[in-house]
Design a protein around this ligand. Sequence first.
Ligand SMILES: C[S@@+](CC[C@H](N)C(=O)[O-])C[C@H]1O[C@@H](n2cnc3c(N)ncnc32)[C@H](O)[C@@H]1O
Length: 315
Amino acid sequence: MSDNANTVKNLAELISSYSESYNQKLGLGASTEHESSVISAACRELGALVAAPENWVNTVAGSYNNSAAICLALDLGIPRLLSQNRSASLDALIEATGAAPSLLRCVMTLCVENRIFDEPSKETYALNANSTCLLNENFRSWIHYLVDDGLKMGSYLSVYAQNNSFKIPDGKHKTAFEMAFQSRRFDSAMERYFHRSTQAPIEDIFNFDVLRPGATLVDVGGGRGHHSLRLAMQFPQSSFTVQDFMCKKPTIREEPAIAEAMSRVTWQQHDFFEKQPVRGASLYLLSHILMDHTDRSVRRFAVFCTWNIICADGS
Ligand SMILES: C[S@@+](CC[C@H](N)C(=O)[O-])C[C@H]1O[C@@H](n2cnc3c(N)ncnc32)[C@H](O)[C@@H]1O
């Protein structure tokens, strides 16, 4: 057997054995995270090995089609339309959206291929577990941001990099990434963390007991303040300052408990590379902000900070 054929066989066996343990663990209600990641990686490798090289490169290079299809499905409100009935035909979706049949057919075909929607019978579509997530407004904003701003940013990125001789400039928010981050959708997407959905909330990772009565927290680069607001509800005798380029309050619905928490949060326009205007706070929170900047600019930022800092970053 050739090396290639051997690798294909080994990968298929790996997928088969991990599928068994995946099913067993699923039955026991145990975590299947490890099995999922091994199976996904092996399937992808197997796909690349058995595809004709030109087809594989074509598929990878054209993956923007998948993003564009999700983006159009969101723009047309397809998840919401499908949630109103158990399933909907292509004709019903055409009538409800006014979209051209050929465009909508392409969108739905790509989304079904990528398991975003199900197609229980020909040209009849239904939500599945993946698209049900898209009914959550904040998650939808996040995906919309990824596919919409991400596509735009991605298309400029190579020109941007070439113009900068493939170096990352030190400029403040004049990067392609930050330009995309100024979008309304990104702000809204980050607000999903107010509801503690998806990732582990920072208070599950760090001990915020330092927020004793009267304590003050500065949420540096805090966006619209979703973390501060959530913390304010848990620490009723502390106050919070949210600093960001823009000074925007969240769009979270007003309820009495939220209104009280909001009264202890202030929003301040501040560029965190400038001198920190709030001195002597109990805690400075840096959540997911440093990874957007070069090591050199982060070092420049670090010299301003000699206080209690919690840094929750992907970097
Ligand atoms: C990825 S978001 C993180 C938001 C929030 N801290 C969180 O963890 O969800 C990065 C935030 O940093 C802000 N930001 C980036 N550079 C900044 C700067 N130099 N000064 C102030 N805010 C900045 C952006 O506007 C954005 O709201």
